[in-house]
Design a protein around this ligand. Structure first.
Ligand code: HEM
Length: 363
């Protein structure tokens, strides 16, 4: 598609798709024309679906908590959690990467950062899965079912967080929720709706995605024993290799926008109000940007992949996701020895239109 129809209109989805690196990048950078106001969806009423100036104000409230410097302080705790999780792997010869490590790690970390009990993580898992799930098929019934399920999940999560907000209001702690309760924009505190939007966004945005980064990394390592050996013997490869996973097997493959005015891409007229999807997965394999794009190059530099998006909505949690992966992957490589995947095991993809990953990955 990138080569033959770099931009196309898909009638079924009533949506424009762009596949080249250049176009995908331009759509993301041009936030004035390509708005993020795609309405209330899985991400709730949060900065992810806001435009300027509100977006800038909301983001400023949490930026401080997510700078590489503040995140770096979490390294010892993250290392502890990874070690604990690996200690619990039955006999150290078999593990299900998703279930045993890639899922629990980011949930525990974000729960601690927000200040909610990490014991509730089984519930988070259930709810956040429902929020990103796509319909089983293209029928109206399947669509209606997903909408209904998401409604229930959102209500349940909102009730849950409303309760935590109440507790923190009465009894502030040293956590992100207590900080957000104090935060002000132009002298105004956040509304309950905005606070809940933050909680849901941080919980959902940071979970599924980081899980898939770690699981996709391990998946690639079992597909390429040469890279696995090289990475294990060269710990300094870790940072560039993780960026290469974000390029090659990106956890988020597509980012949606809405044209806020009539515009044009490659001579195609795009009417105001149209949906436009920036295909990260295709852009990340564009030869015009990445030499040898279909090859995994663990020390690729530069590597300007779009795995975390670009522009004003560039992933807030990127420093956290990177740190978790940078701590977890070397420990897996070191503690488990040679990693192999049984080819006979079926790979079950996560059912989603924008998340790329597998449900389980036994190694
Ligand atoms: C935004 C990917 C981890 C919080 C984004 C966007 C992408 C992305 C592609 C841009 C969406 C857009 O432009 O519409 C990822 C990936 C992750 C990851 C691949 C893991 C590997 C995290 C974590 C957190 C987080 C750990 C928080 C704890 C957010 C937030 C936004 C965002 C709040 C919205 C930022 C804004 O609208 O300004 N992420 N993310 N993400 N991400 Fe992440």
């Amino acid at each position: 598609l990138r080569r033959t129809s770099p931009i196309r209109y898909d009638e079924d989805r009533a949506c424009w798709d762009v596949f080249s690196y250049e176009d995908a990048r331009n759509v993301l950078l041009n936030h004035r024309v390509f708005s993020s106001r795609r309405g209330m969806d899985v991400r709730g009423d949060s900065m992810l679906v806001m435009d300027q100036p509100k977006h800038t104000q909301m983001r400023a409230l949490v930026n401080k908590a997510f700078t590489p410097k503040s995140i770096e302080d979490l390294a010892p705790r993250i290392a502890n959690i990874v070690d604990d999780l690996l200690d619990q792997v039955a006999d150290g010869t078999e593990m299900n990467v998703v279930h045993d490590l890639a899922y629990p790690l980011p949930v525990i970390v974000i729960a601690e950062l927000l200040g909610v009990p990490s014991e509730d993580r089984a519930l988070f898992k259930k709810w956040s899965d429902i929020l990103v799930k796509a319909p089983e098929n293209n029928t109206d019934e399947a669509f209606a079912q997903v909408v209904a399920e998401r409604g229930i999940a959102r209500t349940t999560l909102n009730d849950y967080f409303r309760d935590i907000l109440k507790q923190r209001r009465a009894n502030p702690q040293d956590d992100l929720i207590s900080a957000l309760l104090q935060a002000q924009i132009d002298g105004q505190k956040l509304t309950e709706q905005e606070l809940l939007g933050f909680c849901l966004l941080l919980l959902v945005a940071g979970n599924e995605t980081t899980t898939n980064l770690i699981a996709n990394a391990v998946r690639y390592l079992t597909e390429d024993m040469a890279v696995q050996e090289r990475w294990r013997n060269t710990p300094t490869l870790t940072n560039t290799a993780i960026e290469e996973v974000l390029r090659y097997y990106p956890p988020i493959v597509a980012i949606g926008r809405i044209a806020s005015e009539d515009t044009e891409i490659r001579g195609q007229r795009i009417a105001a109000g149209s949906q436009v999807v920036s295909w990260v997965a295709a852009a990340n394999r564009d030869e015009a940007q990445f030499p040898d794009a279909d090859r995994f190059v663990p020390d690729r530099t530069p590597n300007r992949h779009l795995g975390f998006g670009l522009g004003i909505h560039f992933c807030l949690g990127a420093p956290l996701a990177r740190l978790e992966a940078q701590i977890a992957l070397p420990k897996i490589l070191e503690r488990l020895g040679t990693l192999t995947f049984d080819e006979g095991t079926p790979l079950v993809p996560i059912q989603s239109t924008f998340v790329f990953g597998v449900k389980e990955y036994p190694i």
